[in-house]
Design a protein around this ligand. Structure first.
Ligand SMILES: *[C@@H]1O[C@H](CO)[C@@H](O)[C@H](O)[C@H]1NC(C)=O
Ligand SMILES: *[C@@H]1O[C@H](CO)[C@@H](O)[C@H](O)[C@H]1NC(C)=O
Ligand SMILES: *[C@@H]1O[C@H](CO)[C@@H](O)[C@H](O)[C@H]1NC(C)=O
Ligand SMILES: *[C@@H]1O[C@H](CO)[C@@H](O)[C@H](O)[C@H]1NC(C)=O
Ligand SMILES: *[C@@H]1O[C@H](CO)[C@@H](O)[C@H](O)[C@H]1NC(C)=O
Ligand SMILES: *[C@@H]1O[C@H](CO)[C@@H](O)[C@H](O)[C@H]1NC(C)=O
Ligand SMILES: *[C@@H]1O[C@H](CO)[C@@H](O)[C@H](O)[C@H]1NC(C)=O
Ligand SMILES: *[C@@H]1O[C@H](CO)[C@@H](O)[C@H](O)[C@H]1NC(C)=O
Ligand SMILES: *[C@@H]1O[C@H](CO)[C@@H](O)[C@H](O)[C@H]1NC(C)=O
Ligand SMILES: *[C@@H]1O[C@H](CO)[C@@H](O)[C@H](O)[C@H]1NC(C)=O
Ligand SMILES: *[C@@H]1O[C@H](CO)[C@@H](O)[C@H](O)[C@H]1NC(C)=O
Ligand SMILES: CC(=O)N[C@H]1CO[C@H](CO)[C@@H](O)[C@@H]1O
Length: 628
């Protein structure tokens, strides 16, 4: 949240309030070989490159907010990746590896300031062949702030309006009429009403007796005193102008501050939903006839001192089935989990990426659902980060491919617990097949990081019982690392096993798994020397639950191997495990020599496979001058 005076803005509004800082040309480069000064004393833009990622999506300068408004332009096959920035801005990509800004300096394609959106433009989504066959945006037009689930909702704050692409999507021109969804449903005392996500779905058509190809939208929010909710709307009678939307009820609601399971596999549902996406997946990726999935943000923290600030948020996913209650279609979750366990990772926005897109034609991928998450750079505006010195705030995470994952495991209590999976089938040989959400870094960037590496190193593994440096460490802070770790027992409560990264004599960050609470932890407590000189350099740990199941092996069962894929890109660290877990965060290491990678083992031993490091990553923005 950005606190501007006493006004507190929701996630999407952070950028609307963030000024652009003039660049200082005489900024001298800081000395990374000695202890950092108070970074707020440095010249503007002197930290521009210090933690800037090379291979991630972020604007040329300034603040990035929620990703949203992605689409594949049917006339070019280019994928448009959007994000909030001075309104909303974006880039096109033909390969999910490199990006081209739609406008110079990442200027927006839509800005606040119209009759419907005097205050802000919040998240929206795009109908590829909308009005007159042109990409058409349905977005939240904001006329009043603050909006927060903790305070009374001001009628008319958030409405949903249309804009149509012109000039290849470099401009989205607002339609000259009022909002097409001018208010929340009558008599609903909402906590929020935003982030429309448009979709088509044949099972919705059948269940709701709609014509084939009808468009629907969910709108995220909640109801005061009741809980978070997704509101379902339908395009009225296939109106080609998308001007009339029919309310079909609360498609999904949960009790306030309730949870899928108190064991912590799926966070809390909170008080207000945001950024809900609805789509269907099978084991290969997107399939309109597949299983229904939702990704959504949940707001739940309540800080007594500043009750308007919600800095505790969850980025969740859920999958489930449908039922009718009083004639209304409702979603019933059958499994749920965290899309990313990092507390700064939020506001995922995905889109169906068709096999016909340029990226998929080149890589041979079938239909996919690709999702980008936001990694807030100042913890939703609550950190007093040295922003003028850096000149940019936040990044998106690497695109992820989502699909239905399955795991064959031993039929025991570990598998039957209510968690971020469900039992899909039970076999007569003592095993179960579990279903879960599979998420992997998109194949194209993963391949490009390997093919374009400036240096590849291999570290042999073996049984390791104490921390030790690698024989060779990367020369830079931009690399991809893959590794696997096997455990012979799950009963050692003291064991921590993983890796230290961005380490040196002054700083280190440990990434490890522990069975004591079945968690993958990113220990940032010694990650940045700047934390002791400068406000806003957060070093809290990140932690997320990941169960390693018992799996069948030649002689009975063994513990599932932990497979890690770690991307270090400047200050951005993404940790992915077993195609179903991610935790992403910032590591603001200062010293030049904080580059070492090593094994991190305490309280026992673990068997490490060969570790590979591909250095360099890619420059995702070859068309930008100067900075990457
Ligand atoms: C640096 O940025 C701050 C914040 O925008 C601004 O107030 C100040 O004038 C800038 N300083 C210089 C020397 O440009
Ligand atoms: C898009 O074009 C319209 C009509 O020419 C113009 O009014 C608007 O300012 C443009 N929007 C942006 C973000 O440039
Ligand atoms: C709506 O909820 C708010 C917050 O609980 C409350 O103050 C207000 O009275 C409610 N409005 C109505 C019309 O019930
Ligand atoms: C809708 O599509 C389905 C499957 O493509 C087809 O079987 C059905 O006949 C279609 N219905 C209408 C009304 O066109
Ligand atoms: C929500 O539930 C959690 C866990 O029980 C609790 O810590 C938190 O205080 C609750 N939040 C509010 C606002 O009641
Ligand atoms: C058990 O049976 C399932 C279903 O036939 C099969 O997929 C799995 O590979 C079998 N596992 C073992 C260990 O035989
Ligand atoms: C690759 O990295 C290793 C370890 O830092 C170094 O010894 C080697 O010279 C590097 N090779 C190239 C081609 O840069
Ligand atoms: C760093 O400077 C800022 C103001 O520029 C000040 O608020 C902060 O207390 C200083 N931090 C330390 C540790 O001196
Ligand atoms: C069983 O096999 C696994 C590897 O599949 C091995 O780690 C484990 O030590 C073996 N256990 C016994 C009792 O031989
Ligand atoms: C881990 O990686 C190995 C080698 O790539 C693979 O054989 C294995 O299936 C993976 N295990 C999991 C749980 O993903
Ligand atoms: C990959 O490496 C080649 C050859 O060095 C270079 O031309 C190309 O720009 C690189 N691609 C990316 C995405 O960095
Ligand atoms: C403080 C600073 O360097 N501000 C710059 C941030 O980047 C924009 C765009 O390049 C410049 O206009 C600002 O001057």
């Amino acid at each position: 949240m950005k606190v501007a005076g006493s006004i507190v803005l929701p996630a999407a509004a952070v950028l609307a309030a963030n000024p652009i800082f003039p660049r200082q040309n005489n900024a001298t480069s800081p000395d990374y070989n000695s202890a950092p000064p108070n970074l707020t004393t440095l010249a503007n833009a002197s930290l521009l490159e210090t933690w800037r990622p090379r291979a991630h999506v972020l604007p040329a300068y300034g603040q990035i907010g929620d990703p949203c408004m992605h689409y594949t332009d049917p006339s070019t096959g280019l994928f448009h990746v959007g994000y909030l920035h001075l309104g909303a801005s974006g880039a096109t990509t033909s390969d999910l590896v490199t990006y081209t800004d739609l406008n110079a300096n990442s200027e927006p394609f839509i800005r606040a300031g119209g009759i419907n959106d005097q205050v802000a433009v919040f998240d929206g989504s795009v109908i590829e062949k909308g009005i007159n066959g042109t990409p058409t945006l349905l977005y939240t037009s904001v006329n009043y702030l603050p909006i927060q689930w903790t305070i009374q909702y001001t009628k008319g704050s958030e409405t949903q309006s249309l804009a149509v692409a012109t000039d290849g999507g470099r401009n989205f021109t607002k339609l000259e009429h009022g909002p097409v969804i001018p208010s929340p449903p009558f008599a609903y005392n909402v906590t929020g009403f935003r982030d429309p996500f448009v979709f088509q779905n044949p099972s919705f058509d059948r269940l709701l007796e709609s014509s084939n190809g009808t468009w629907y939208t969910i709108i995220s929010g909640g109801i005061h005193g009741e809980g978070p909710s997704l509101f379902l709307y339908r395009q009225y009678e296939q109106d080609p102008q998308f001007e009339t939307w029919e309310f079909l009820g609360q498609w999904w609601s949960e009790d306030a501050n309730s949870t899928w399971t108190e064991a912590g596999w799926a966070g809390r549902w909170g008080f207000n939903f945001e950024v809900g996406n609805l789509f269907a997946l099978d084991s290969d990726g997107y399939n309109a006839e597949g299983e229904i999935f939702v990704t959504l943000g949940a707001e739940w923290s309540y800080t007594p001192i500043v009750p308007q600030v919600s800095d505790n948020r969850e980025m969740l996913w859920a999958s489930g089935t449908h039922k009718f209650v009083d004639g209304k279609l409702q979603f019933v979750p059958s499994m749920a989990g965290r899309l990313d366990a990092g507390r700064s990772a939020y506001a995922a926005a995905g889109k169906h990426l068709p096999a016909s897109s340029q990226a998929s034609q080149n890589s041979g991928a079938s239909d996919r659902f690709i999702s980008y998450l936001w990694l807030t750079g100042d913890f939703y505006g609550t950190l007093d980060f040295p922003t003028p010195q850096q000149n940019w705030t936040g990044s998106l995470l690497l695109p992820r491919e989502l699909s239905v994952g399955s795991i064959n495991v031993a039929d025991n209590a570990l598998a039957w617990e209510k968690g971020s999976w469900r039992v899909a089938s039970q076999h007569d040989n003592g095993t179960l097949t579990l279903a879960t959400l599979r998420q992997q870094i998109a194949r194209e960037p993963l391949a490009a990081f390997q093919q374009n590496a400036t240096n590849t190193t291999t570290q042999s593994g073996g049984i390791i019982s104490s921390s030790q440096s690698f024989d060779q460490s990367p020369k830079s802070k931009h690399y991809l690392l893959t590794a696997s770790i096997s455990f012979s027992s799950r009963t050692n409560e003291n064991l921590k096993a993983g890796f230290s990264i961005l380490s040196g004599p002054n700083e280190h960050t440990n990434i490890y798994y522990q069975f004591s609470n079945e968690s993958l932890v990113i220990d940032r407590s010694n990650s940045s020397a700047a934390a002791s000189t400068t406000p806003g350099i957060n070093t809290d740990n990140e932690s997320g639950k990941l169960r390693l199941f018992d799996v069948p092996s030649a002689n009975g069962t063994s513990i599932e191997t932990l497979n890690l894929t770690i991307v270090v890109d400047g200050g951005v660290v993404e940790v992915h495990a077993n195609d179903r877990f991610a935790a992403s965060t910032w590591v603001w290491s200062w010293f030049e020599d904080s580059r070492d990678v090593g094994f991190f083992v305490e309280g026992g031993e673990a068997e490490f496979g060969e570790v590979k490091i591909w250095e360099g990553l890619v420059d995702a923005w070859p068309g930008r001058n100067g900075t990457s």
